[in-house]
Design a protein around this ligand. Structure first.
Ligand code: AMP
Ligand code: ZN
Length: 484
């Protein structure tokens, strides 16, 4: 059977044919490094790690190049650096923030059983490639300079009569619609509302680099150009798979595609565009800006979300139980389910070692069908039943190598996977505690101390201890923990 993958651009599931089977090339947009990643950010990490493992199995471990970038130039990074290291020069402070966050990210994704990509390029180390692409775009008439900015013109792109893809093709938006619906944030340096920034001037104390073509004072790149530059440097003008979360389709990937296709006069950037669905909380995307998030770290380490500590393998399985293109509703029940499956499987597979780690066809077949991981989970349950009901050693060995191949287990038994010492689902969760904390803060604000004490007692009865303190800016904060 052959590998078939769904392509966002053509909206069809197609047989995957690598440009060069000796070097299969995949690019996935990585994190902006200023803070701990949340569990929604873990979804593309896990999904594309499974694809990476499958590609290595099909083409050989030395014949797959997986690039996942690190975005280390961003306003949020600058703000965090100024806040956390006010005594340092901004550039040094930024390096501290990005190094620390990168390390935390690596620890988290290692714990989730994901392999490191082949290359993890940093945006700031690819400024000359960005400048080179921008210069090509200006020379080709696709970009223009205005008030020390460089802007890309989608209208110029679509006005050319060539092999180039149409702007809007990836996200299924017509340029006319985009023009009509353009937001009113009209910038004085934009000729048209649909134009987007390739390069902009830096503020006086911000990191900056010489401008492309010497068009103006030192400046800094726009977000989209980073990925076009890093993909070009490490994977060439065209490559096989470009991935990320569904929120990146527009504008990020649409703009990457526009930049790369116009710079290299090509009809495509990648052969297949793949996007994972959202991890949602109460039908909304989990995100930093909505505040409805859990970091990977707090789920791994602390007693939150059902007052349990969740092992990385359990978190990984909870993600793979759903097909990658479907949304996931993030609930504690899902984690409890995943943990139960892990316990059952490990009980069966432990000790059923095989010398050869060949993943069984039972899990490869569903993976070949557009990474059908929910089919894989069904196959793992079937192998487990087979091994248990018929004391079938071969099935136990298959289960063992399947779990290891999928990055779901390292072959060892640890209490943490089992969750021993942590009663499943019995403790209060964030969802129970946070509304009470809010009600208590409101009561305190209106000086209703009787009510605030009553709520404190209610929390204590749930086994929750709270602590009031002040943060660095002198604002009151209340933290809580489960009394031990
Ligand atoms: P960001 O740091 O927001 O640029 O996101 C890094 C990666 O995580 C991108 O591929 C996003 O598409 C993805 N992502 C962010 N939030 C979610 C979510 N709630 N569910 C699934 N993927 C997400
Ligand atoms: Zn990108």
């Amino acid at each position: 059977m052959e590998l078939r993958l769904y392509d966002t651009l053509t909206k069809e599931k197609r047989p995957f044919v690598p440009l060069d089977p000796k070097n299969v090339r995949m690019y996935v947009c990585g994190p902006t490094v200023y803070d701990f990643a949340h569990i929604g950010n873990a979804r593309p990490v896990i999904v594309f790690d499974v694809l990476f493992r499958l590609l290595r199995h099909l083409y050989g471990a030395d014949h797959v190049t997986y690039v996942r970038n690190i975005t280390d130039v961003d306003d949020k990074i600058n703000a965090r650096a100024a806040r956390d290291f006010p005594a340092l020069p901004l550039n040094e402070a930024i390096r501290k923030v990005t190094d620390l966050t990168e390390r935390q990210f690596h620890e988290d994704v290692d714990a989730l059983g994901s392999l490191r990509p082949t290359i993890e390029p940093r945006a700031t180390e690819h400024i000359s490639e960005m400048r080179a692409i921008i210069e090509k775009l200006i020379a080709g008439g696709f970009a223009y300079v205005e008030q020390d900015h460089v802007l890309f013109s989608p209208q110029a792109m679509n006005a050319t009569n060539s092999i180039l893809p149409r702007y809007g093709a990836l996200s299924k938006r017509s340029l006319d619609e985009l023009i009509a619906g353009a937001r009113v944030d009209v910038a004085p340096y934009k000729h048209d509302d649909t134009d987007f920034v390739l390069w902009k001037p830096a503020k006086p104390d911000e990191p900056s680099w010489p401008s492309p073509g010497g068009i103006g004072p030192p400046g800094r790149p726009g977000w989209h150009i980073e990925c076009s530059a890093m993909a070009w440097k490490h994977l060439g003008e065209q490559f096989d798979i470009h991935g990320g979360g569904i929120d990146l389709v527009f504008p990020h990937h649409e703009n990457e595609l526009a930049q790369s296709a116009c710079a290299f006069q090509a009809d495509r950037m990648a052969n297949v565009w793949m996007h994972n669905g959202f991890l949602q909380v109460e039908s909304e995307k989990m995100s930093k800006s909505l505040g409805n998030f859990f970091t990977i770290r707090e789920l791994l380490e602390d007693r939150v979300f059902g007052s349990n500590k969740w092992h990385g393998y359990v978190l990984r399985l909870s993600m793979l139980m759903t097909h990658y293109r479907q949304p996931i509703d993030w609930t504690v029940d899902r984690l409890v389910d995943a943990r139960k499956s892990m316990r059952d499987w490990i009980d069966t597979a432990y000790g059923a070692d095989t010398n050869v780690l060949v993943p069984p066809s039972e899990i490869i077949s569903p993976l070949l069908d557009d990474l059908n991981t929910s089919g894989v989970v069904a196959a793992l349950h079937a192998l487990n039943r087979e091994a248990r009901n018929r004391t079938n050693i071969e099935a136990a060995q298959k289960l063992n190598s399947a779990l290891r191949f999928l990055g779901l287990w390292n072959g060892e038994k640890t209490d943490e996977i089992y969750g021993y010492g942590y009663e499943v689902g019995t403790g209060p969760s964030h969802f129970d505690v946070e509304p009470l904390l809010e009600a208590r803060a409101a009561a305190r604000a209106r000086k209703d101390f009787r009510e605030s004490d009553r709520i404190r007692d209610e929390l204590a009865a749930m086994g929750v201890t709270i602590k009031d303190s002040k943060d660095a800016d002198g604002k009151s904060v209340t933290t809580w923990e489960i009394a031990r």
